[in-house]
Design a protein around this ligand. Structure first.
Ligand SMILES: [Mn+2]
Length: 432
């Protein structure tokens, strides 16, 4: 007998995407509605593939609902599954722990939310499947939840739902930490994990342990395809499991080396094919893609990093904002399929700085002074305070830029920017 299920996690429904709307030309509505549209795509997929169950391994919600609309939207989507006899199994994670979600709606008959006090089991004898899970009671669960999980039901395909960081993932807080060895020791057949937003097959079989990643990337650091796992069981064994891409909006980091690119025309010729490749789905290695239904309509949000040694370094110093505008201008040609979230300029001057610093003129003197300040943090601070005035009276929204609040790295970055401007002006006629 065939039994299919979808394993999703970390939907962060109605996640607020803070701060994005202040970016130039941000597609505010597509950004705001992304997590909802990804959930619609997930339900569409469940219906299309005629799965028997949808599993959600925590962080369905991003936090307490602002109002009841978030919960009602979820109910609306789950009711589409009820009419197809698709059951839903949920554990709560750190973001939607019991203590965090204060608003409630009546339970739905076909949606099972595992409790937090102890591990629970839903046995489906007709399907030959048993599903186990345990929710987070509070956001910071620092103990291993596994000891509270029931033993596997004999003769069933046993699935465990757990929101966990496992152990030793430095990018994530240690929530409900446990180890692969302990997951194996439970004797379950499939571990449906959540919490890590990047898809990861922790173990291929006996048991199969999977993080599907989040359903929809939420900011520029959550790059690449996002979706859920489609798993198919036959006679108590996994015959197939694969990622299905469901994101409606995709984040990218595009690093462009501008070595040898010396003017805006060459820059455009460098950018265009990179954008084309990105839109064609060639997002680089490490992007596991199974099935992708929404490729044609997807909006791509890109953080562009310009690096390498280029004469454009001087042009940018002379006219700050030039390169960002140039990148945005090229993106506009992609007819709304591509939005530039940010342009980071990390270019280096093509000039031979060492030779320039040795010169017996004003330019050489400036560079030597920069070197002296870079080598001596105290001297740098004294100089900066003298130049800018300590405690400059900035408005509240710029408080972070007050000289006394800037750290050493910020001072160095400012000094390098200043040097770039001087080089752009004084070094205009110099060649490499
Ligand atoms: Mn989480």
């Amino acid at each position: 007998m065939r039994w299919r299920f979808l394993h999703a996690a970390d939907l962060h429904l109605d996640s607020p995407l803070r701060g994005l709307d202040r970016h130039e030309g941000a597609p505010v509505e597509p950004l705001r509605s992304a997590t909802r549209r990804a959930l619609i795509a997930l339900v569409d997929l469940a219906i299309e593939r005629e799965v028997q169950a949808l599993l959600i391994a925590g962080d369905l919600y991003d936090g307490d609902w602002d109002d009841f609309r978030t919960g009602l939207f979820f109910h609306q989507q789950m009711n589409r599954l009820a009419s197809r006899d698709i059951r839903v199994f949920i554990v709560r994670g750190n973001h939607d722990a019991e203590s965090r979600i204060t608003r409630q709606l009546p339970p739905m008959a076909h949606v099972h939310v595992f409790e937090s006090r102890r591990g629970g089991t839903v046995d489906l004898p007709d399907s030959g499947v048993a599903i186990h899970g345990r929710s987070f009671s509070k956001p910071a669960v620092t103990e291993d939840l596994l000891p509270g999980y029931p033993p596997p039901v004999p003769g069933r395909f046993n699935i465990g739902l757990l929101h966990t960081s496992l152990t030793g993932n430095p990018d994530h807080d240690p929530y409900a930490p446990t180890t692969e060895a302990r997951l194996i020791a439970t004797g379950y057949d499939y571990w449906a994990l959540g919490h890590i937003h990047q898809r990861q097959v922790v173990r291929e079989s006996s048991p199969c342990i999977v993080y599907p990643g989040n359903l929809q990337g939420r900011h520029a650091r959550e790059t690449g395809p996002k979706g859920c796992e489609l798993v198919e069981i036959e006679h108590g064994r996994i015959v197939r499991h694969e990622p299905v891409v469901l994101d409606v909006l995709r984040w990218h980091r595009l690093a462009l080396d501008l070595g040898g690119i010396d003017d805006l025309e060459a820059l455009a010729r460098r950018i265009d094919p990179a954008f084309e490749a990105l839109l064609a789905g060639e997002t680089g290695p490490g992007c596991a893609v199974g099935v992708d239904a929404g490729a044609a309509s997807r909006l791509h949000c890109v953080r562009v990093v310009l690096c390498g040694r280029s004469r454009l370094h001087g042009a940018e110093a002379a006219q700050p904002g030039l390169l960002e505008a140039a990148v945005r201008a090229q993106a506009l040609q992609q007819a709304g399929r591509l939005w530039i979230e940010q342009v980071r300029v990390e270019l280096a001057s093509p000039l031979d700085r060492g030779a320039l610093a040795a010169r017996d003129d004003a330019l050489g003197e400036v560079l030597r002074e920069v070197d002296r300040l870079l080598a001596d943090p105290q001297a740098l601070r004294t100089w900066a305070e003298a130049a800018l005035g300590a405690g400059a009276n900035l408005p509240a929204e710029l408080a972070d830029l007050r000289p006394e609040r800037l750290d050493e790295a910020s001072w160095r970055a400012l000094l390098r920017d200043a040097e770039a401007m001087v080089l752009a002006q004084l070094g205009r006629d110099l060649t490499t």
